[in-house]
Design a protein around this ligand. Structure first.
Ligand SMILES: *Cc1c(COP(=O)(O)O)cnc(C)c1O
Length: 375
């Protein structure tokens, strides 16, 4: 059976976990947490990176930092993972869903302005498959209407927009290091604070609402409860594993891009004959090979393809059930404008197996079976 995903293990993870046991410092913000945060800050020229326990938690922190309150509106695409919306619904916000673009499956930037009201506080962007949203246009809108922008860059680590790393462009960027992502530590994440004025408060929120970070730096002699917060820290075990991966981030990304390109160029023929559609990567975007998807005619053909591939020993999957059509999505959100592409395009999408160190024979085998399906 060809699995859909096999989480990467590169080599140094085990050594670093053993180091953690030797150092006898296991809780958050030890050496490895610092190493991971510094790695992100240096490699992505990011002002402040806070390692967290998940992208979900990074999004929750962003919602607290943006002061999202009952009655505020938060704009986002409906084609995304639940955490994008949940983090803001938890603070009492109304979620306002906007349609996506057919080519990238990202929020359609041209439809955002019509969804902005006096209550709009935040726009959340999802860089689907590590391919950037149209950042220049969206940041221009954010300035015009004075709203905060959060990049859900869970899938976008090592991707860029006009050579700027995703996650570093808006006010906040949220990364995921879940095992289904390119670079991982089982469960983990990071919050990138790109607007300096939020740095101090972000440290407090992450440390249970206390000024403990200042205490550890010797800036105060006792720490206490000063704000809202929770425990968003990552254990040193996970941080050690993560550092082993970050050190090899370029290698992991290039390896995935190689497999992604193999899929793309071999399936070009089927797309030229209009049996399938292939992903679009806009000129200003460099992606990270996070997801390889194809689009087929409709949901019926998709179900047949997935089942055919399964019979050939190949696991393929689809996502997402649009949030506005889900039970909680109806309760906490509304769709602004018409759903031209969100539902119809999401129903056509199939993700093919893609993981670190996939060999070319496996990819060729999968492609051959897909060709056979369309014959
Ligand atoms: C994976 C993912 C998340 C959640 O990440 P966790 O680290 O598991 O919390 C959020 N948003 C998007 C778009 C994702 O793909």
């Amino acid at each position: 059976m060809i699995k859909f995903n096999i989480p990467a293990v590169i080599g140094n993870e085990e050594k670093f976990i053993r180091d953690v046991i030797g150092y006898k410092k296991f809780s958050g913000d030890g050496d490895f947490n610092r190493k991971c945060a510094n790695w992100i800050e240096q490699n992505f020229s990011c002002h402040k990176s806070l390692i967290t326990s998940s992208c979900t938690h990074s999004l929750e922190m962003a919602a607290i930092l943006a002061d999202v309150k009952e009655g505020d509106e938060v704009i986002m695409p409906s084609f995304t993972f639940v955490s994008t919306a949940n983090a803001f619904a938890l603070r009492g916000a109304k979620i306002v869903f906007v349609d996506i673009r057919k080519d990238t499956m990202n929020i359609d930037e041209k439809l955002i302005e019509a969804a902005i009201t006096r209550k709009t506080k935040v726009i959340v962007l999802v860089h689907y498959a590590g391919v950037s949203c149209e950042m220049n246009y969206i940041m221009m809108l954010a300035k015009k209407y004075n709203v905060i922008v959060v990049e859900d860059a869970a899938q976008g680590v090592m991707s860029t927009y006009e050579d700027k790393p995703l996650g570093t462009i808006a006010h906040f960027g949220c990364y995921s290091f879940h095992e289904t992502k390119n670079i991982h530590c089982g469960e983990g994440g990071a919050l990138l604070v790109n607007d300096v004025s939020y740095v101090e408060r972000s440290e407090i929120i992450r440390e249970k609402g206390t000024d403990r970070s200042r205490f550890f730096r010797g800036q105060i002699d006792k720490y206490s409860w000063v704000d809202l917060g929770s425990s968003y820290l990552l254990s040193e075990f996970n941080a050690g594993f993560l550092f082993g991966q970050l050190q090899n981030a370029v290698h992991i990304t290039n390896d995935r891009l190689k497999s992604w390109d193999e899929y793309y160029f071999s399936l070009k023929e089927l797309s030229d004959k209009e049996y399938i559609e292939l992903p679009t990567i806009p000129d200003e975007c460099k992606h990270n090979g996070h997801i390889f998807y194809i689009k087929v005619k409709d949901r019926t053909e998709r179900a047949k393809l997935i089942s055919f591939l399964k019979d050939q020993g190949i696991m393929s999957v689809f996502h997402y059930i649009p949030l506005h059509s889900s039970q909680a999505g109806k309760k906490f959100g509304r769709f602004n404008g018409i759903d031209r592409y969100t539902t119809s395009e999401s129903e056509r999408l199939v993700r093919l197996p893609l993981f670190y160190n996939m060999d070319s024979e496996t990819i060729l085998y999968i492609i051959e079976k897909i060709r056979r399906f369309f014959q």
